[in-house]
Design a protein. Structure first.
Length: 179
């Protein structure tokens, strides 16, 4: 019979990871930034929120592009608020009564809300929105300070200036040696 070394800390680490997955700790770690973002846009926590739309945020050179998956919701049922630091998407997916007696549904109905803290400040008065096939796309232009600006450094001028400084320093040393 082979002996197997017991590593209790490894087993505890595996258990911790499984618990994190179960409770989705990755999202809970962002609670301080989410609460700050909700306070900035004045979110009413008293409203009953039953689900959250999935989002993806893409950072381009001049814009942030936020896409939210909101199937089955009409554009008139959406409320989108944008500040310089956060975006709030809220609304309601209304249940449509059917004449046939359905016995099972897996669709999400009810109110939803999602607050997304932005990594950089945006120009909230120039946001462009498109809602097509259940996908909301917001193009959020970055403020000019937040854009990646490339500055060209000219080494030729620095080299010429360094050479002049070196020649001046050598001349000064020669003058000091003559004195």
């Amino acid at each position: 019979m082979a002996l197997i070394r017991w590593t209790p800390f490894l087993e505890m680490e595996i258990l911790r990871r499984q618990m994190d997955q179960m409770f989705d700790i990755a999202e809970l770690q962002q609670i301080p930034s989410r609460i700050q973002a909700e306070e900035m846009v004045g979110v009413n926590r008293a409203a009953q929120v039953t689900w959250k739309p999935a989002v993806e945020l893409q950072d381009t050179e001049d814009n942030l592009i936020l896409r939210a998956e909101i199937p089955g919701v009409a554009g008139k049922d959406l409320d989108i608020q944008v500040t310089r630091e956060a975006v709030t998407i809220s609304g309601e997916h209304r249940h449509q009564k059917t004449e046939a007696g359905g016995f099972r549904t897996e669709f999400r109905y009810g109110k939803f809300q999602r607050v997304i803290a932005l990594p950089v400040a945006v120009q909230n008065d120039q946001v462009q929105a498109e809602f097509k096939n259940g996908i909301l796309t917001l193009t959020l232009p970055k403020v000019t300070e937040a854009r990646r600006q490339v500055v060209k450094v000219n080494l030729a001028d620095n080299t010429a200036a360094s050479a002049a400084d070196t020649n001046h320093a050598e001349g000064t040393q020669a003058t000091e040696a003559a004195i």
